[in-house]
Ligand binder design. Structure first.
Ligand SMILES: Nc1ncnc2c1ncn2[C@@H]1O[C@H](COP(=O)(O)OP(=O)(O)OP(=O)(O)O)[C@@H](O)[C@H]1O
Ligand SMILES: [Mg+2]
Ligand SMILES: [Zn+2]
Length: 390
């Protein structure tokens, strides 16, 4: 099967196509409909989560011949040009590459020429955190006195590198990690459309490896397709990606709950034996504890969990055997020991050590339980004495 770049072929073209960023796309659509447009927008957040795509869709919405409209037509001249990346009035600048703005003059000149044909002149500045200081200053000047009909859409993965002066002059949108079940649904849709035969239970593994980035999910998908036969199975994906099985993670939690170090040592040994990267296992196990806490403490957990563990009820069963407080303590230990673990020469020992510490923690009965036990013992003791007396 030929490998190709699915992420490019499947770039979302309308606001509705953008997966998992509904709050943002709705807000932008509302702004257009109610004619409340800003001069500058800043799209920040996770890599491959839809920032550039949304910027282009927004540009179409603004400059579509039928517009400004929340539903660009996709067929008029401005719409098609923006899709092809050669629109007259939409300038895309990648601050990280060749066509970057290195100096003040360039940017000022670009901005000075008002829109040539279309409604707005739109500057999409990608990786805006990479702009030189002088370019930032020029940008700031233009943001302070924005020429009419000029709109800036800036995108960055590193919000903390954006000067406060720029932040305060733009409307900011934070692109979040895309929930894994939405990534799975999207992959399913693409597999169906492209007639790719992949077992449905293989998709969660791809989504898990993506860390919530849809672009990463699609490139992993390409990688899996390139390395597999006609019918792609869960086992194929597992061996290509080296993902940790749900069952193994649940077994580790089981070992902790039942204070069974032997089981824990065995599972870790197997992981090492099969060549797993223990750093990924550490992340996945931390994710399991975090998701377990979400499940135990919230009502509508399904939107908030990163991953679903196994098909059966093993996870649910385990959750009935452990308290919220215990889970918090486990998560605390995992987070606190993370840098020690990452710095260790021998990750295996460090991982085992952390798991042993967690078990030790479980052995220390929580104070509340102890007090309750004492109270109960006390009152039982009293009734016994009474009984003796009569
Ligand atoms: N929210 C999303 N909905 C649908 N597809 C998406 C989404 N996010 C990313 N993609 C896919 O990933 C590709 C790249 O997305 P995009 O360029 O919009 O990401 P980005 O957030 O700008 O990433 P970067 O931070 O690396 O610039 C798109 O062509 C599309 O296939
Ligand atoms: Mg981008
Ligand atoms: Zn149009």
């Amino acid at each position: 099967m030929a490998s190709k770049v699915t992420a490019l072929a499947w770039r979302p073209q309308t606001f509705e196509d953008v997966v998992g960023q509904e709050v943002i796309t709705r807000t932008l659509q509302n702004a257009i409909q109610s004619d409340r447009l800003h001069h500058a927008y800043l799209f920040s957040g996770l890599r491959g989560s839809g920032k550039t795509s949304t910027a282009r869709i927004f540009a179409k919405a603004l400059n579509c011949e039928q517009g400004p409209t929340a539903t660009p037509c996709l067929t008029c001249v401005p719409c098609t040009e923006i899709k092809q990346g050669n629109a007259l009035d939409v300038v895309e600048i990648d601050a990280a590459s060749n066509n970057s703005v290195d100096n003040v003059r360039e940017l000022r000149e670009w901005v000075r020429y008002a829109s040539a044909r279309d409604r707005f002149k739109i500057f999409i500045i990608d990786e805006v955190h990479m702009l030189s200081t002088s370019a930032f200053n020029a940008l700031l000047k233009t943001l302070e006195e924005p020429p009419p009909n000029v709109i800036f859409i800036m995108a960055t993965t590193e919000l903390h590198k954006i000067p406060a002066t720029i932040l305060s002059r733009s409307q900011q949108f934070d692109f979040r990690q895309i929930p894994l079940f939405k990534i799975e649904d999207h992959l399913k849709k693409i597999a169906d459309a492209e007639k790719i035969q992949i077992d449905i239970d293989a998709l969660p593994l791809i989504a898990q490896s993506s860390g919530g980035s849809l672009r990463d999910a699609l490139s992993i998908f390409d990688q899996v397709i390139a390395a597999s036969n006609e019918q792609i199975t869960r086992l194929d994906v597992q061996s290509i990606l080296g993902v940790v099985e749900d069952a193994t993670l649940l077994d580790l939690l089981d070992a902790i709950i039942h204070l069974a170090p032997e089981k824990m040592f065995n599972r870790v040994g197997e992981l090492v034996h099969y060549g797993h990267d223990l750093r990924l296992v550490y992340d996945a196990f931390t994710g399991l504890i975090r998701d377990s806490l979400v499940l135990k403490t919230t009502q509508n957990a399904s939107d908030m969990v990163m991953r679903k563990y196994g098909h059966g009820s093993q996870h649910e069963d385990l959750l009935t055997k452990i308290t919220d407080a215990d889970l918090i303590r486990i998560l605390d230990l995992l987070v606190q020991n993370e840098s020690m673990f990452r710095a260790a020469n021998e990750p295996r020992y460090a991982f085992e050590l952390v798991l042993l510490k967690i078990m030790e923690l479980k052995r220390l009965v929580p104070l509340e339980t102890l007090i309750n036990d004492l109270k109960r013992l006390g009152s039982e003791g009293l009734t016994e004495k009474k009984n003796e007396a009569t």
